[in-house]
Write a protein that binds this ligand. Structure first.
Ligand SMILES: *Cc1c(COP(=O)(O)O)cnc(C)c1O
Length: 416
């Protein structure tokens, strides 16, 4: 028997879940305790407190009989690095514990995770429906690449459940959404999303990268698959790429099998880095949430700001959904500069001294960018309009610096 701390649920979390996985420890523990101890063995080799990095691409057997025992009894041990390694197992158990899921699979990036899931679940003739504010590379994979394999994808306006229902037919296999979305931070009513999936007997996938398990746990609502780009808040230090899918063991089995073939696996070193980053996950999220909210409130009062997108503000169209279902709103804040063309907007970005200019979010270092320049530069003005990306939009990913320093920085960038 192992003694992994796989307990989940929290005294302080908004949506406490009965701990399902651990026979040993059935106490509901707080999210910071799960971040530190979740998924880890109590006793480690050499009496070490931390896990070692196991640098082995293959794993040996004592003799031929032990290989046969491994195959026939489905024994829990390592075999070959493409199928997993000890550093991966511990991170997978920790991520499963954080999302109160049964199992988790870690991929080499968030995109590898979503591609792995879609490729393992869909066949020619199947259809999927997704809300149109999903991550642009996920949508691109669907309409450009899944299409080549005969999978049909439908995009419907984000949050429009009537349109989603109308797009479902008896070939539909999966409903996909992000919550909150990027960069508009639209939150999806997960109860409604699950109800629609159940009524139509279609599985549901939520990309909860922006929310993280600290702010919402989609599995508690009955979502089938939760996807995270661990490159963002979970790793949290802008120093690694990884992705994960969490759900029931049974539903994840075919995804794990395909990953063993496609090989989108992390190195032990990278996984150790992710495990280390996860230890402070809950602590970091508290500060990201504080900084995001304070930044959003500051910007909404600023005369040079036309509009702020932040689900924690009452002015956000999905504030009520966010308030009812999330315990925090994250570090990402999107805003429009008043009466500014694209160059005047770029000037605000360029004047930031503390926040660095770059894509991504969720790391300890704050990052700022203008979506027009960073992600939509090659798109036509019509397409940008369709995606809701005006020239004067700025996306600020608040890190964990002191709140007032970040506000002072944006204040001087807007005022000068
Ligand atoms: C970054 C991101 C991804 C892709 O993850 P990578 O780790 O960069 O491959 C997917 N979804 C969302 C919401 C993201 O922010």
């Amino acid at each position: 028997m192992n003694d992994h701390a796989t307990m989940a649920g929290s005294k302080e979390d908004k949506n406490p879940t009965p701990p399902a996985q651990s026979k040993q420890n059935t106490m509901p523990l707080g999210s910071s305790t799960v971040s530190v101890h979740g998924g880890e063995a109590r006793n480690k080799p050499n009496d070490a407190v931390t896990d070692s990095i196991v640098c082995s691409s293959t794993f040996t057997f004592e003799d031929s009989d032990s290989i046969i025992r491994f195959i026939e009894n489905d024994e829990q041990r390592e075999e070959y690095g493409r199928y997993g390694n000890p550093n991966e197992r511990v991170v997978e158990r920790k991520l499963a514990a954080l999302d109160a899921g049964e199992d988790s699979i870690v991929f080499s990036s968030g995109m590898a995770a979503i591609v792995g899931l879609l490729m393992s679940k869909l066949s020619a003739g199947d259809e999927i429906v997704f809300f149109d504010q999903c991550y642009h590379r996920s949508r691109e994979f669907c309409y450009k690449h899944l299409a080549r394999f005969g999978v049909v994808t439908h995009q419907v306006p984000t949050g429009d459940f009537a349109a989603m229902e109308a797009a479902i037919n008896d070939r539909t296999k999966l409903l996909v959404s992000e919550s909150p979305t990027n960069p508009h931070l639209t939150c999806i009513d997960l109860e409604q999303f699950v109800a629609l999936g159940k009524a139509c007997e279609v599985e549901t996938l939520i990309d909860a990268t922006l929310a993280t398990p600290f702010n919402i746990r989609p599995l508690d609502f009955g979502i089938d698959y939760v996807l995270h780009s661990a490159t963002k808040y979970l790793g949290g230090h802008n120093d690694l790429l990884a992705g994960s899918i969490t759900g029931s063991k049974e539903k994840l089995e075919s995804i794990r099998n395909l990953r063993g073939i496609m090989g989108g696996i992390n190195s032990p070193q990278n996984l150790y880095l992710l495990q280390r980053g996860l230890k402070t996950f809950a602590l970091r999220m508290q500060r990201h949430n504080e900084n995001g909210l304070a930044m959003a409130e500051f910007l909404s009062e600023h005369p040079r700001v036309e509009k702020v997108f932040y689900p924690g503000l009452p002015s956000h169209p999905t504030h009520d959904i966010a308030k009812a279902t999330m315990s925090g709103f994250g570090g990402l804040v999107t805003f429009l500069v008043r009466d500014a063309d694209w160059r005047q907007t770029a000037n605000v970005v360029d004047r930031a001294k503390l926040a660095r200019i770059g894509p991504s979010l969720g790391g300890v270092e704050s990052l700022i960018e203008q979506p027009l320049v960073m992600s939509y530069y090659n798109q036509t003005p019509e397409n940008r309009k369709k995606f809701g990306i005006p020239d004067n939009m700025i996306r600020m990913a608040c890190g964990i610096e002191n709140t007032q320093d970040l506000i002072d920085d944006l204040s001087q960038a807007l005022d000068s």
